[in-house]
Design a protein around this ligand. Structure first.
Ligand SMILES: C[S@@+](CC[C@H](N)C(=O)[O-])C[C@H]1O[C@@H](n2cnc3c(N)ncnc32)[C@H](O)[C@@H]1O
Length: 222
């Protein structure tokens, strides 16, 4: 079980500021390219840690059934308001560990964007293992998170130092955590530049887009 943080996160205290920063500097547009590429044509979508519903926007006009879950009640209230009127989008305040769906309703696409660097490894592995049980046999789970350079420049260092998430891992460490997840294996991985707004420059940070699929053993699991 994951408990909500004792201190209210910035996303709930200053949602507008948080969103503005996400658009301007935190790679919303860059992430969107990868999210759309991997989710294209996938009907049943789950976003884990959807927060205010920012990355959820990439599904606002997609032909899918979308469910966003987050343990932060204020963030979910904001997401519901933002996406009100979109009948194909639902947002629920809950711990992912409490989500259960019948086998025939498992998700074709699960997004875990910007979550890993907020969750310690002893909680992240079980979280992703739970996600594996919710993924359809031929589904894809996409992790988007920091992929820090070996020698970050000052701007990248600034972003890494000031992020609220205290679990930013090296590239090798994140891949090792994902390797330790029972039931999932890496299908594809790319590193992309997170630039400012829609401009190609400057580079604020480097991010991983890691697409995972079920292992053959997990596909056969009841
Ligand atoms: C930085 S936010 C992710 C940002 C978001 N994907 C976006 O579109 O901007 C990380 C979120 O993960 C959520 N979270 C962490 N553990 C969780 C769990 N076990 N179940 C559901 N949500 C969780 C946190 O509450 C937080 O809102």
């Amino acid at each position: 079980m994951t408990t909500p943080p004792a201190k209210r996160p910035l996303q709930s205290r200053f949602p507008r500021l948080w969103l503005a920063f996400q658009y301007l500097a935190c790679g919303y547009f860059d992430r969107g390219r990868y999210i759309r590429k991997h989710s294209h044509g996938r009907r049943r979508v789950l976003e884990i840690g959807c927060s205010l519903g920012l990355d959820s926007r990439h599904f606002a006009h997609a032909p899918c059934d979308f469910l966003g879950v987050d343990i932060d009640p204020e963030a979910i209230a904001h997401a519901k308001k933002t996406h009100a009127g979109r009948a194909h989008m639902r947002f629920v305040c809950m711990d992912l560990h409490d989500l259960d769906v019948p086998e025939g309703e498992r998700f074709d696409f699960i997004l875990v964007s910007g979550v890993c660097h907020h969750v310690p490894t002893d909680k992240l592995v079980p979280l992703l293992e739970k996600a594996a049980t919710l993924l359809a046999a031929d589904g894809r789970l996409v992790v988007i998170d920091y992929a820090p350079s070996a020698r970050p420049g000052w701007l990248e260092r600034f972003f890494l130092d000031y992020d609220e998430g205290r679990e930013i891992r090296s590239r090798e460490a994140l891949l090792a955590v994902l390797d330790a997840v029972t039931g999932l294996e890496i299908a594809e991985q790319e590193i992309f530049r997170n630039a400012a707004f829609v401009l190609p420059w400057p580079t604020m940070a480097y991010k991983f887009c890691i697409a995972m699929k079920k292992t053959d053993a997990e596909k056969g699991a009841p």
